[in-house]
Design a protein. Structure first.
Length: 114
């Protein structure tokens, strides 16, 4: 049974930091490109960051220089370190695994507000 379990979402003040984690099971994690997407109320889901099986990363322009994606294949876990958070980063953040098929987690809420 495939599972992607996100954690780490919280309420944080502007300028603060959070680290999201996504623990995967039920598939060969190391083969998959892992990504973080987000969806704000009334908006479409968008790619935030992704990391390939070989460790190549890409980021949305809006988060470059502030967010860092990483993976630990030994722990079947992908992380998203988020610094200098802005109110515009408020959204539900979803973990995604993509190779021959795509899997999604249930999401974790990130709220940036004073």
């Amino acid at each position: 049974q495939v599972q992607l379990v996100e954690s780490g979402g919280d309420l944080v003040q502007p300028g603060g930091s959070l680290r999201l984690s996504c623990v995967a099971s039920g598939f060969t994690f190391r083969l998959y490109t892992m990504g973080w997407y987000r969806q704000a109320p009334g908006k479409q889901r968008e790619l935030v960051a992704a990391i390939s099986s070989g460790g190549i990363t890409n980021y949305a322009d809006s988060v470059k220089g502030r967010f860092t994606i990483s993976r630990d294949n030994a722990k079947n876990t992908v992380y998203l370190q988020m610094n200098s958070l802005e109110p515009e980063d408020t959204a539900v953040y979803y973990c995604n695994a993509r190779w021959s098929v795509a899997y999604w987690g249930q999401g974790t809420q990130v709220t940036v507000s004073s």
